[in-house]
Unconditional design. Structure first.
Ligand code: PEP
Length: 253
């Protein structure tokens, strides 16, 4: 069975005290994860170690970085390399979140380098893709997302690709309260899986976890996660409330 994943994206929120309290509250609220389920907290860099220590004894719960450098090391002030993440035991990193694509002008080519860096360091990239509203209005979202996958992932071997998690996050649904319908999510996830199948074959395509992101909350998680090609969610706003995120994690199949 594919891994079912609830990933929290705290973005640039919370003080250290608020962050540790939130993680502790979540652990108290959560139902133990099953073997094929994972909970991942993408937390601000300064809190990685603190949150990692809090979740260390809870099976199937991990931390993720929200980004990593496209370079291995050197004169890149302010950046964080995968070797640094690896050296503190971080096993996951978000790559290509739409906010970084927009505000840091991250291109598909740059994201391919970040994916390569992650895989070389044994870190699982959670690769984010998804279309803006004007592309959805023109009904060109399938081609748009395929292009993102081609330019950032399809240079990988099948073995490498199987170490990647994909998060489909339509930009018009992120932080807007406007969730994609479960049909829209399922349609795009099926499309992504078909694109993976054309490139890598059915066995590989069936093994990749594809998460949905965009205003997931406790009230809609069950419906969205019930769809056959949706393997969990990447959750922003609702992950900042322990009871909400615990309910979302419980909605995993
Ligand atoms: C996100 O930041 O990845 C996200 C999906 O945010 P939200 O859940 O707030 O829409």
């Amino acid at each position: 069975m594919r891994k079912q994943i609830a990933a929290a994206n705290w973005k640039m929120n919370l003080s250290l005290t608020e962050a540790t309290t939130l993680a502790e509250q979540f652990l108290q609220e959560m139902t133990p994860a099953k073997n094929h389920q994972l909970i991942v907290f993408a937390v601000p860099f300064p809190y990685l170690t603190a949150i990692q220590q809090i979740v260390a004894d809870t099976p199937q719960v991990f931390v993720a970085a929200q980004d990593c450098s496209a370079h291995a090391k050197g004169a890149y002030t302010g950046d964080t390399s995968v070797a640094m993440l690896q050296s503190i035991g971080v096993q996951y990193a978000l790559v290509g979140h739409s906010e970084r694509r927009e505000y840091q002008l991250e291109s598909n080519e740059l994201l391919a380098q970040k994916v390569n860096q992650c895989l070389a360091a044994g870190i699982t990239p959670i690769f984010c893709c998804g279309e803006p509203s004007n592309v959805r209005e023109e009904e060109k979202q399938a081609g748009y997302v395929t292009h993102q996958l081609k330019e950032s992932l399809f240079h990988l071997s099948a073995d490498e690709l199987q170490k990647v998690v994909i998060a489909y996050e339509p930009i018009w649904a992120i932080g807007t309260g406007k969730t994609a319908t479960s049909e829209q999510a399922q349609d795009m996830h099926a499309h992504i899986r078909e694109a993976l199948q054309i490139q890598y074959g059915a066995e590989v395509a069936q093994s990749i976890s594809i998460l949905y992101g965009g205003s997931v909350k406790a009230a809609n998680a069950n419906e969205i996660f019930s769809r056959s090609d949706v393997d969990g969610g990447l959750v922003g706003g609702a992950s900042l409330v322990a009871t909400e995120f615990a309910a979302i994690a419980q909605a995993l199949r």
